[in-house]
Design a protein around this ligand. Structure first.
Ligand code: IPE
Ligand code: IPE
Ligand code: MG
Length: 236
């Protein structure tokens, strides 16, 4: 059982396996995504109840545009449906919603509901729920480079001033710059362009469970496993 005293401050999850979950039940891929959205509700609630400070969930990558148009539309619709239904509950639980990724590049309704949810929850001071949509880790670093270059060009910064703290400060959410525990479901063991800068010292946990089957119990098991690890950060 997870020990509340040594909780990972920031948990990031690559929610994978919706399609295979559906396939194993002879259902269309979209029903796997619908079931996956329900798990989002459960896991957000569980993390917030435990006292986790930040939770980042990978919902749609910059590479996911290569999927069939019909699946992309279904994912966007689910996103809108989920956020519209959850906004009140987020506030009730004092959860602050933020979104990482190229939000401007999303379809209009998805963009609107995301911005609206950010605004409605911006004064909440409980857990930060960071939904990564149209997100790419490399793109985030490119965006940070651009911001820094701009400051150099305008004379606000010298090249010699650029250090890790400056790069961190130019990320989408600098306060989320450190991931303690990265979980990937579905048995795949890769990063798929998620939070590249932020996972430098994250503990990695791979679960064989498909995301639509990933419950609070599985989250607690991941946290318990994390609590057994010895994090050395280069020391001895
Ligand atoms: C994860 O499930 C959800 C998204 C990437 C949007 P997948 O749709 O990748 O499921 P698999 O990997 O095909 O099983
Ligand atoms: C990663 O899953 C992206 C999300 C979970 C949103 P993918 O299923 O897209 O990753 P790959 O293609 O298997 O690496
Ligand atoms: Mg996948």
């Amino acid at each position: 059982m997870a020990d509340k005293k040594q909780l990972p401050g920031h948990i990031a999850i690559i929610m994978d396996g919706n399609g295979r979950w559906a396939k194993s039940r002879k259902l269309p891929r979209v029903s796997g995504h619908a079931m996956g959205a329900k798990r989002v509700t459960e896991i957000v609630q569980a993390a917030s109840d435990l006292g986790v400070k930040a939770l980042s969930l990978y919902a749609f990558s910059t590479e996911n545009w290569s999927r069939p148009q019909q699946e992309i539309s279904a994912l966007m619709k689910l996103l809108v449906f989920y956020l519209q239904r959850q906004v009140k509950k987020l506030t009730k639980n004092k959860i602050r919603f933020v979104a990482s990724g190229n939000i401007a590049g999303l379809p209009e309704t998805a963009r609107q509901v995301i911005l609206n949810t950010i605004e409605k929850t911006e004064n909440n001071r409980g857990m930060i729920f960071n939904l990564c949509v149209n997100y790419g880790g490399r793109q985030e670093i490119v965006d940070a480079c651009r911001r820094i270059a701009e400051q150099v060009v305008t004379g606000q910064k010298q090249i010699g001033d650029i250090d890790e703290a400056v790069v961190t400060g130019s990320l989408y959410y600098p306060e989320l710059a450190e991931v303690d525990l990265l979980i990937r479901t579905s048995g795949e063991e890769r990063i798929s362009n998620f939070l590249l800068w932020q996972i430098a010292y994250a503990e990695l946990y791979f679960s064989p469970v498909f995301w639509p089957d990933f419950t609070k119990i599985d989250l607690l098991a991941a946290i318990a496993d994390y609590q057994e690890r010895e994090r050395r950060f280069g020391g001895i």
